[in-house]
Every structure is written in C-alpha cells, then in structure tokens.
Design a protein around this ligand. Structure first.
Ligand SMILES: *C/C=C(C)/C=C/C=C(C)/C=C/C1=C(C)CCCC1(C)C
Length: 244
C-alpha cells in the first residue's frame, strides 16, 4: 500500500508505484526535448512526424506531472487524468501511422477508422474503471471485452489489414521496417494495458495484485510505447534524411 500522504518529497523504497510516476514523468519530458530538438536535423517531409512524436510524449509529461502528485498526495489511482492523457495521445499515434503511410497512398479515412477504434477502446476502458463503484467482476469484464474489440481492430490493421497493405505498397524500405516495428509495439507493448486493467477491483488479476498496481503496468507501458513509437519514427526520419 502507498503510505505517502501530502508528502510528494518522500518516496519510500517499498513504493514502486510512486517511483514509476516520477521516473515516467522525467522520461516523457526528456523524450519530448529530444524529439523536438532532433526535428531540426531531419528533412522537411519528416518534420511533422517528429513534431507529433514530441507532442505525444509532451502531453504525457504534463499528465504525469499531475498524476504523480495526485498519487503521492492521495494514494489513489488517477483514472480521469490517465484517460484524458490517452484520449489525446492514442489518436496522435494513429496519426503517426497515417503520416508514415501517406506517401504509399493512405487516405484520411484510414486514419479516422484507427481513431474511431481507439475511441471505442478508451471510452469502454474508462467506463470499466471509473464507474465501477461495487468493484463487480461482470462490469470489469464486459467493458474490458468491448474495449478489446477496438484494440483488436488496430492490431488487425497493423498486422493483416489496411496498414499492413499500405506498408507493402511503400517504396521505402525504412518505412516498411518502421511500420513492422510499430506493429510489434501494438502487439506486445499495448498488450500490457489490459493486464493493468485486470488488477482493478473485480478484475481477473485483482486477487494477485493490489488495485493501485494498475499504475505500475500503465506507467511501464506508457514509457515503452510512447517513447518507443517516437524512436521508431525518428529512426525512419533519420535514415531517409541521410539518403537525400
Ligand atoms: C499512450 C497510451 C497508449 C498507447 C494507451 C493504450 C491503451 C490501451 C491499448 C488500452 C487497452 C485496454 C484494453 C485492450 C482492454 C481493457 C481496457 C484498456 C483500455 C486498458
């Protein structure tokens, strides 16, 4: 259990959740500085992608700043702040897919379908976590399943569907490799979130983990996915810029 109340300057060694909020904040902040400065080093057509990478980690950094203090002061899980962060950053990750695949013929409709799927995933997840007053298992499971449908749509697009086909049509080997790397992030990195969700009261892992451990999984996954996505985009942009 978290034992820190109204004391954000003390981090107990036995309190990994608070620790990951602080390190998560710093990692997101540093990543934003990196992406925004490196934006000046790449060719013009990659600058928007790097800007979006910097915005994703930047928006997360601001939310971590608040979530960190909220958790340190109250010991409660910052559900609303978490989902506001994701509602802004996950659609921006869908935009990254679109920007990378636009030269291969991606249409705006491709991006909107990914964004719509992400909205289903996040709205259902929020209802599952925020309106679970009795901590009931059926509530947690039902909304988790609905959320997973949105997740599976994005996963399918990246591995077998539209994103995969557009990547195959791309003339750039680094874009092809980059989209494949993003597909791995969606498969492995994004799969950490449902594990966290199952720690919540009523969840299938609620007997194994404490309810606040949901934050351990979310903080780890956010760092892996938000910084990881940005680094993949950075890798494509620098290798393509070096060719020119
Ligand atoms: C930067 C934030 C990211 C990439 C957030 C991604 C979030 C998910 C992939 C969440 C997925 C969920 C499920 C698939 C089912 C249970 C509820 C969620 C919302 C945790």
């Amino acid at each position: 259990m978290n034992t820190i109340f109204l004391d954000v300057m003390t981090i107990n060694a036995n309190d990994p959740v608070t620790f990951t909020f602080f390190t998560g904040y710093m990692a997101m902040f540093a990543a934003s500085v990196f992406f925004l400065f490196e934006r000046g080093q790449v060719d013009g057509k990659w600058k928007t992608s790097l800007l979006v990478s910097g915005l994703i980690t930047g928006i997360a950094a601001v939310h971590y700043y608040y979530m960190r203090d909220f958790f340190a002061a109250t010991g409660k899980t910052p559900v609303a702040l978490r989902y506001i962060d994701w509602t802004l950053t996950v659609p921006l990750m869908c935009l990254e897919f679109y920007l990378l695949l636009k030269p291969a013929g991606a249409k705006a409709a491709f991006m909107w379908k990914l964004i719509a799927a992400s909205v289903v995933m996040l709205v259902a997840g929020y209802i599952g976590e925020a309106f679970n007053a009795d901590g009931s298992s059926s509530h947690n499971v039902m909304w988790g399943v609905i959320s997973t449908l949105g997740y599976v749509y994005i996963l399918h697009s990246a591995w077998f569907g539209e994103a995969k086909k557009l990547a195959a049509a791309s003339s750039s080997a680094s874009v092809q490799k980059g989209i494949q790397a993003l597909a791995w992030f969606v498969l492995v990195g994004w799969a950490i979130y449902p594990i966290g969700y199952m720690c919540a009261p009523g969840g299938w892992l609620s007997g194994v983990f404490n309810p606040e451990d949901v934050n351990l999984f979310y903080n780890l996954a956010d760092a892996v996915n938000k910084i990881g996505f940005g680094l993949v985009v950075y890798g494509i942009a620098t290798s393509e810029s070096a060719k020119a």
